[in-house]
Design a binder for this molecule. Structure first.
Ligand code: CO8
Length: 261
């Protein structure tokens, strides 16, 4: 098992919490941190007990203040392309694991930090969170998926304005434009994230995963292909114990006892 220097992975019961843990650099992402994040996602993915993953930043100031500028400054073209690709593929893993990922955004979510949050399924923000894509002010563009996920989340016009102006926005504005699902007082953020994780974990685990798969794949393809992905996943659900149990419990007017199979 990999020894983590830049992240912390905690597990309690059905929940895993991944802390990006470089508070000295406001949790900025360098290559080692990305490598550890990959390892943690693989760990969570293969751990059957874990039903939900929460991603947050260590300390009380930052979620993630971006990719590490000191690391990127001297990069060559080949190295820059490779670092962008490495980060993109790392964040894509959050979308590909068949378990919900909740970002608990507890401060600065800038550049690569905003991009990390956007790769999660659900975004919850502390009221002091700050979002932005400052890249063009540094002579680069968002390179960890931001040029693609931001327009998908908030629409092309708003994504272009945020990207070209490179201005920061607060949690309230992020909520208004649909970048985050909810805003909570900073002191309550983790409690609310855990509450949501608990609600999700009480449902049929495989159905939640199949729903994530159907939404994720379906959003990338034409509507007819998307519908057939949905019916395939619906068929997968009817192959599970939990579907017989869930519908059986309804018909028998009792609470379901899901087993996650
Ligand atoms: N990279 C490296 N170090 C950082 C970063 C960062 N992104 N952000 C903060 N730090 C460091 C600071 O250098 C400082 O270190 P030190 O104490 O050694 O001087 C420490 O963290 C604390 O930061 P500040 O003293 O600046 O704290 P403030 O409270 O004054 O300011 C801010 C907080 C406003 C968040 C400020 O730190 C800041 O503006 N940070 C940079 C934000 C930024 O521009 N992020 C985007 C980076 S670009 C990016 O993410 C591209 C992603 C795509 C990559 C594609 C691959 C090629």
């Amino acid at each position: 098992r990999m020894e983590y220097q830049n992240i912390i992975l905690e597990k309690e019961d059905y929940l895993a919490v991944l802390y990006i843990n470089r508070p000295r650099a406001l949790n900025a992402l360098n290559k080692d941190t990305l490598a550890e994040i990959r390892d943690a996602i693989q760990n969570v993915s293969s751990d059957e007990a874990i039903k939900v993953l929460i991603v947050t930043g260590a300390g009380d100031k930052a979620f993630v203040a971006g990719a590490d500028i000191a690391y990127m400054q001297p990069l060559s073209a080949v190295e820059g392309r490779e670092f962008s690709d490495y980060g993109e593929k790392t964040f894509r893993m959050f979308e590909l694991i068949e378990k919900p990922v909740i970002a608990a955004i507890n401060g600065f979510a800038l550049g690569g930090g905003c991009e990390l949050a956007m790769a999660c399924d659900i975004r919850l923000a502390a009221d002091n969170a700050i979002f932005g894509q400052p890249e063009v002010g540094l002579g680069v563009i968002p390179g960890f998926g931001g040029t693609q996920r931001l327009p998908r989340l908030v629409g092309e016009g708003r994504a272009k304005e945020l990207t070209y102006r490179a201005n920061n926005i607060n949690a309230e504005e992020a909520y208004r434009i649909g970048l985050v699902n909810h805003v909570y007082p900073a002191g309550q953020l983790m409690e609310e994230a855990r509450k949501m994780a608990g609600e999700i974990a009480s449902k049929a685990r495989l159905a939640v995963g199949f729903a994530k798969f159907a939404i994720g794949k379906g959003m990338q393809v034409d509507i007819d292909t998307a519908m057939s992905i949905e019916s395939d996943m619906f068929g997968m659900c009817t192959s599970t114990f939990d579907q017989k149990e869930g519908m059986g419990a309804f018909l028998e007017k009792r609470k379901p006892a899901f087993q996650g199979r």
